[in-house]
Ligand binder design. Structure first.
Ligand SMILES: [Zn+2]
Length: 272
């Protein structure tokens, strides 16, 4: 889900997917919307003859065929999910049936034929290693995957705009900590491959922009409360006046997540 665009972050050019480096290709799913930007990015990572698929996306047979075409006759060793939201995971059972390859996720509800993956797991494909980093916030089960000097970010960082904190499972305190983890633990990162939208080639700048955006939004929420807005609807109107109607539900969930943060972390008296 994208919020207010950050004009200095990410490309505003349309995004069509395709290869982005020597070992990663995006197969763009045909599900563009205000929530999913250009569509869901299904990432096909390969080294030698070993292939990992990340986020098979919406359950669309043509898209699943496009993914298997991208795999070709190489050895598909695993399918991973960045998180369980339907635009990333709905195809998981069908893709598992189609390929016979395990679908690995943090949330047991989204695992097929596998015990899953957790923070710190390392999956080897060819001569490369993929490291699993738990980055809750957008959702409780959000993962990032670090490979070489690249991080695949799912919906934790998007290719343009900003992401939503999907209350009640999503939490702003966890999200800010996850941004810190990506920025610090992945200090050498050169590229972010997001779950939606184009590749980000200035990771540290993008993450700093996200942190700044969250601080600005919190300041706006505090100011709206001080100005007398005491209902969710009126706070959403005040803080998210610019977001398109289609993503207003996402704005409302982010607003609720910010109220939890202000109440639990900052100890403020805020509306329920
Ligand atoms: Zn998504």
């Amino acid at each position: 889900v994208s919020g207010r665009p950050l004009p200095t972050l990410g490309s505003t050019e349309p995004w069509f997917g395709g290869p982005v480096n020597a070992w990663a290709t995006c197969v763009l799913a045909p599900n563009p919307s205000a929530w999913t930007l250009d569509g869901t990015n299904t990432w096909v990572l390969s080294d030698g003859d070993a292939v990992i698929v990340i986020d098979p996306g919406p359950d669309d047979p043509a898209h699943l065929n496009a993914i298997t075409e991208a795999i070709g006759d190489r050895r598909h060793i695993a399918t991973l999910l960045t998180h369980g939201h339907g635009d990333h995971s709905a195809a998981a059972p069908a893709f598992h049936t189609m390929t016979g390859v395990a679908v690995r996720a943090l949330d047991p509800a989204h695992r097929y034929g596998d015990e899953g993956i957790v923070d710190g797991d390392v999956i080897t494909f060819g001569d490369r290693e993929l490291r699993v980093v738990h980055t809750p916030g957008h959702s409780a089960d959000s993962l990032c995957f670090a490979v070489d000097d690249v991080v695949l970010t799912g919906d934790t960082v998007l290719g343009r705009g900003t992401t939503a904190i999907i209350w009640p499972e999503g939490r702003l305190d966890a999200y800010l900590e996850s941004l810190r983890i990506i920025a610090e633990e992945c200090a050498d990162t050169q590229q972010l491959l997001p779950g939606h939208g184009p590749v980000l080639n200035e990771p540290q700048r993008a993450i700093a922009g996200y942190v700044e955006h969250r601080a600005e939004r919190l300041a706006e929420v505090r100011a709206a409360i001080d100005a007398g807005h005491r209902t969710i609807a009126s706070l959403v109107d005040a803080v998210y006046a610019q977001v398109p109607a289609a993503v207003r539900p996402g704005a409302e969930l982010s607003l609720r997540a910010q109220l939890v943060y202000l109440r639990e972390v900052e100890g403020l008296d805020v509306p329920d």
